[in-house]
Design a binder for this molecule. Structure first.
Ligand code: FMN
Length: 204
């Protein structure tokens, strides 16, 4: 690829993701790590919502992306039925987007424990108290539940068994940057499970 320079340069797509996210940290007003996460249920019906991308792990063919959530939530159930996901991050301040598609596995071990333990106590208790995506009578019932789990779990709650990470192992990553007169730059990196990344420039 002769004309892939500047912000698109490099042999490791995860390095490019990290470098764009670092730029976004400086320019976005909040949540530069927010992603719109798409999942689909067993029938193929899509769904999408924002989550925070907490880890960009590894490199080259071994890299992956991790977010955290409630395993019994709508997205958790959809991923149990169909372990594939896509996400997009878009930064208005940079006029850039990154799109990812891949296979999903649970990140349910020490890395999830460490992330859970790093969160504010109220957030840790909130994870216990909220039956995410299921019906709730009132805000008062939620706050009562938070108080109850506080009494039950104290100030050092362990990670709930129904809460943890999902790791996306990408088979496709696309980098997009705004160009003059809608002549944007797009580079798509694709790989099959065994193969190396192949890089292709796409028409905007
Ligand atoms: C900026 C932003 C970040 C969010 N981050 C998370 C997150 O990291 N994990 C999560 O479970 N929900 C997060 N949410 C809430 C989700 O968008 C969603 O409401 C919730 O996860 C339930 O989705 P579901 O019913 O499709 O499972 C976030 C919402 C916004 C707007």
């Amino acid at each position: 690829m002769t004309d892939r320079g500047g912000i698109f340069a490099g042999d490791d797509p995860f390095e490019i993701v990290r470098s764009w996210m670092k730029e976004a940290e400086a320019s976005e007003p909040n949540d530069p790590n927010a992603i719109a996460l798409a999942t689909a249920d067993a029938s193929g019906m899509p769904d999408v919502r924002m989550v925070l991308l907490k880890d960009v792990d590894g490199q080259g063919e071994d890299g992956s992306f991790v977010f955290y959530t409630n395993y019994d939530s709508a997205k958790g159930q959809q991923l149990a039925q169909n372990a594939q996901a896509a996400f997009v991050m878009h930064w208005k301040s940079l006029r850039r987007q990154i799109r990812v598609r891949g296979e999903v596995v649970r990140e349910d071990g020490p890395q999830a424990d460490a992330y859970y333990d790093s969160r504010a106590l109220q957030s840790r208790l909130g994870a216990w108290a909220s039956a995410q995506s299921r019906p709730l009578d009132s805000r008062t019932s939620l706050m009562t539940e938070v108080a109850k789990v506080g009494l039950r779990h104290g100030t050092a709650p362990s990670r709930p068994p129904f809460w943890g990470g999902f790791r996306i192992r990408p088979t496709q990553i696309e980098f997009w940057a705004d160009g003059a007169f809608r002549l944007h730059d797009r580079f798509v990196w694709t790989r099959n499970t065994q193969s190396k990344w192949a890089i292709q420039r796409l028409c905007p």
